[in-house]
Ligand binder design. Structure first.
Ligand code: ADP
Ligand code: ZN
Length: 348
């Protein structure tokens, strides 16, 4: 088992290891000392696969364990589902010291984390990611929230988990499309950090290197989050590929997945930097190679002007311009302030 420690407003560990799902109760116990009750939240795809195992593990570790299942799908990442979780907890008599466990992908993690952030003004929760995307990205860092009809993640809070427990064996049931979705974020880390993360993508992810890969991604993210929990500075590096990626996702009516879209966003930025001469041909070819290897190399069907116009409505924008992440080399990305017009020029 690999342990990555995260120091944010709350310090916690990310535990990664094959087969550790069966021990999740024991592994979380010392972080949940005063907790009597646990509510395990998962969606309708994940519940039949893993909830019984997780419930048994928490029960054996001495917790009074309850479960709640919501209908799978991003369209259920709503205030209504959030309300159901909170109301269930209230009916079950959950108090300040009790906790939630988010068993699932990013949707489950975001919504359960948000319910934990709000129930009784904040109770503990643990993350048990079951997608690659959640394991290397959304389960770490404390961003929680739900969507509104008006836009994604418009209501939310920062609330750090007490522990993250990831068993890579759960990826064996994950559909290929969802795996690729996570690989988009994986490429992001490879471009941001370079080194071993890049090597693993280049050689191909496999069951032997998966744990190491996830641990390195989480370690990189946790270092950034430790330095900038609320995303006012260096954490914005994690938005590499996201300015244009979010725009493409939105314009496609979310038919293009997050991972596919940000991979395309990274590709557009890298190509622009190569054309400007700030990214070498070698580094550009490396990035293209990684995108090819993961089946994520693609030209956007949406025009660049349209992408830039859609980027203008992103909630991450500030009045004085966009913070865009540019690529100098693999392992060397920078945050640069640009107006919309400048971004349009940059990627032309
Ligand atoms: P993310 O935001 O991490 O991509 P979601 O929560 O949207 O994740 O999950 C993606 C889809 O995969 C959902 O339909 C979910 O029910 C399903 N899913 C999550 N984990 C697993 C798993 N380990 N095996 C099979 N399906 C899974
Ligand atoms: Zn992302």
């Amino acid at each position: 088992m690999i342990t990555v420690s995260v120091s944010a407003s709350e310090n916690y560990n990310v535990l990664i290891g094959r087969g550790i799902l069966a021990d999740v109760g024991k592994l979380c116990a010392d972080k949940l000392k005063n907790t009597k009750k646990i509510l395990v939240v998962s969606d309708s795809n994940v519940t039949p696969l893993y909830t019984a195992k997780v419930k048994k593990s928490f029960t054996e570790a001495g917790f009074e364990t309850y479960t709640l299942t919501f209908e799978a799908g991003e369209e259920n990442k709503t205030l209504e589902t959030f309300g159901n979780i909170a109301e269930s907890a209230a009916r079950l008599g959950f108090c300040r010291d009790d906790a939630f466990a988010a068993l699932g992908g990013g949707v489950t993690g975001d919504i359960t984390g948000f319910a934990a952030a709000c129930y009784m003004r904040g109770i503990k929760y643990v993350q048990i990611p079951t997608t690659l995307l959640a394991a290397i990205d959304s389960s770490v860092g404390g961003k929680t929230g739900v969507d509104l009809p008006e836009g994604k993640n418009l209501v939310g809070a920062f609330h750090q988990p007490s522990a993250v427990v990831f068993d890579p064996e759960v990826l064996s049931t994950l559909p290929e499309k969802e795996l690729r979705n996570g690989l988009g974020e994986g490429i992001k880390y490879a471009v941001l950090k370079g080194g071993r993360i890049k090597e693993i993508i280049q050689s191909g992810l496999n069951p032997e290197n998966l744990e190491e890969f996830c641990a390195l991604c989480v370690k990189y993210k946790s270092e950034i989050v430790s330095r900038d929990e609320k995303e006012s500075g260096v954490r914005q590096l994690l938005n590499l590929g996201h300015t244009l990626g979010h725009a493409e996702e939105k314009l496609s009516g979310y038919k293009i997945s997050h991972g596919e879209a940000i991979a395309c966003g990274i590709y557009i930025m890298a190509k622009a930097s190569k054309n400007k001469g700030t990214l070498s041909e070698r580094a550009f070819e490396e990035i293209v190679g990684m995108l090819e290897k993961t089946n994520l190399l693609r030209e956007s069907e949406i025009g660049k002007e349209e992408l830039v116009a859609a980027a203008a409505t992103d909630k991450k924008n500030h009045a004085d311009g966009l913070n865009v992440v540019t690529v100098r080399d693999t392992g060397d990305c920078r945050i640069e302030k640009m107006s919309l017009k400048e971004l349009g020029e940059y990627i032309k």
